[in-house]
Design a protein around this ligand. Structure first.
Ligand code: ADE
Ligand code: ZN
Length: 380
C-alpha cells in the first residue's frame, strides 16, 4: 500500500464548512500534520468533500419519483393544472418530516400526481441527470413505479417514453450510462403486479430489471413469486427492497422466492448471523441509503447507523440516495454523511465506490475500466 493510501481524515462541521484534520499514520504514530478551514490540501487531493466529488460512482438505489424537487413539482402542477395542498416549495419542504416509511410514502405518492405527460417524466429524469453529472455519477440503475401512475390513468407508454428519452440523452450529453428498473408496489396484489408487467412487455427492451418497493411491513416478497419468475424468464435482472423496516425473513424470501441478485437496503440483515453469512458468501450487494434510513427513522441518528457493522461483516455495501428530493441529499451528501459519522478513510470511500460498480449490471470490461480509475485516484 502506498504512503498516501494510508491518509485518513477526521471531518468536523464548522459553520457549513468542512474542517478536515489530516492524520498520517507513520510507524504506528498518529501525527496531526495540518488543519485548515474550508478544505485542506492533501498531497494529490483536496478536502474530503472534493475527494468524494471526484470519485466515480454508480447510483443503484434511486427512485426517479423521489427526485422530484419541490420547485419542479410546483412548475408541473402549474402547467398541468394540478392542485397542490401547499402554497410554496418552502412549505412543501417543511412538510417533509417523517415518522416511518408509510408516512413518507403518503406524501411521495401525493407528489407524483403532477406527473401526467411524457414530457413531465422526461423533465423529471433530466433534472436528476444534471445533478448526477455534477456529482460524477457515471452509471445509474433507476427505479420507476408504473403503478403509481397507471392507477391515475397515465398510459405506461408515456412513462417509459419520457424516462427512456431522458436517459438516452443523458448518455449522449453527459456520458452517464443507465438502466431502468420497473418496480412493483408491494402494497398492491401479486395479480396487479402481473397485469402491470404484461402491459409493460411491449416496451421490454427499454427496461433492464424489475424491483419491489413501497410499504414493506406485512407485504412479504413471497406475494410476488410468480411475477418475478416471469420477469426472469424474460431475461430481466431482479432486485428487491427488503430488510429496510421488514424483518430479516423478508431478505431470505427476496433471495429464495424472488431470486434477487441485489438487496435494496437490507440493513436489518444484521439481526440474523446466518443471513449475514449467506450475503457475504454469495457476495450479494446491499444498496444502503444512509440519509433515507435516518429520515425514515430506521436509525435515530446517522452515528447509530449500522454501516460500520455491515462493512466489518465483509458485505458488499454500496451508498445511495433513495429519494434525494425528500431526504436532503444526493449521492455525494450520503457519502459525506457517512464519512463524517464513521471517520471513513480514503480507502474505505474508494471501496464503497468500487462496490457500486461491482454491484452494477454492467459488462466486466466497463467495470475494469472504472476499477483502474479508482485505483489511480486512491493512490494519487
Ligand atoms: N419507494 C420510494 N422510496 C422507498 C423506500 N425507501 N422504501 C420502499 N419504497 C420506496
Ligand atoms: Zn428505495
Amino acid at each position: 500500500m502506498s504512503f498516501f493510501r494510508r491518509i485518513e481524515w477526521k471531518g468536523v462541521k464548522k459553520s457549513d464548512e468542512f474542517l478536515p484534520v489530516v492524520r498520517h499514520r507513520l510507524g504506528g504514530r498518529l501525527d496531526l500534520i495540518r488543519t485548515q478551514a474550508g478544505g485542506v490540501s492533501l498531497p494529490g487531493g483536496g478536502s474530503v468533500k472534493d475527494f468524494i466529488a471526484r470519485l466515480p460512482k454508480a447510483e443503484l438505489h434511486l427512485h426517479i419519483e423521489g427526485t422530484l424537487e419541490p420547485e419542479l413539482m410546483f412548475e408541473m402542477a402549474s402547467r398541468n393544472r394540478v392542485h397542490l395542498p401547499y402554497q410554496s416549495p418552502e412549505q412543501v419542504r417543511k412538510a417533509y418530516e417523517f415518522s416511518d416509511l408509510q408516512s413518507f410514502l403518503d406524501i411521495y405518492y401525493q407528489g407524483t400526481r403532477v406527473l401526467l405527460h411524457d414530457r413531465d417524466f422526461y423533465d423529471l429524469a433530466w433534472a436528476y441527470l444534471k445533478k448526477a453529472h455534477e456529482q460524477n455519477v457515471r452509471h445509474a440503475e433507476v427505479f420507476f413505479d408504473p403503478q403509481a401512475h397507471t392507477e391515475r390513468g397515465i398510459p405506461i407508454r408515456a412513462i417509459i417514453d419520457g424516462l427512456d428519452q431522458a436517459f438516452q440523452d443523458g448518455k449522449r450529453q453527459f456520458g452517464i450510462s443507465s438502466k431502468l428498473i420497473l418496480s412493483f408496489l408491494r402494497h398492491l396484489s401479486g395479480d396487479h403486479a402481473m397485469k402491470t408487467f404484461q402491459d409493460a412487455l411491449p416496451f421490454r427492451n427499454r427496461f433492464a430489471g424489475v424491483g419491489l418497493d413501497s410499504s414493506e411491513r406485512d407485504h412479504p416478497p413471497e406475494k410476488f413469486t410468480s411475477v418475478f419468475a416471469r420477469a426472469r424468464e424474460e431475461g430481466l435482472f431482479v432486485v428487491a427492497h427488503a430488510g429496510e423496516e421488514g424483518p430479516p425473513d423478508y431478505v431470505w424470501q427476496a433471495l429464495d422466492a424472488l431470486r434477487a441478485s441485489r438487496i435494496d437496503h437490507g440493513v436489518r440483515c444484521i439481526e440474523d448471523p446466518a443471513l449475514v453469512d449467506r450475503l457475504r458468501a454469495e457476495r450479494v450487494p446491499l444498496t444502503v441509503c444512509p440519509l433515507s434510513n435516518v429520515k425514515l427513522r430506521v436509525f435515530d441518528a446517522i452515528e447509530n447507523h449500522n454501516l460500520r457493522q455491515l462493512l466489518s461483516a465483509g458485505l458488499c455495501v454500496t451508498i445511495n440516495s433513495d429519494d434525494p428530493a425528500y431526504f436532503g441529499g444526493y449521492i455525494n451528501e450520503n457519502f459525506l454523511a457517512v464519512h463524517e459519522a464513521f471517520d471513513l478513510t480514503k480507502d474505505e470511500l474508494c471501496t464503497l465506490a468500487r462496490n457500486s460498480f461491482e454491484a452494477a449490471f454492467l459488462p466486466d470490461s466497463e467495470k475494469t475500466r472504472i476499477f483502474d480509475e479508482l485505483d489511480e485516484l486512491a493512490s494519487s
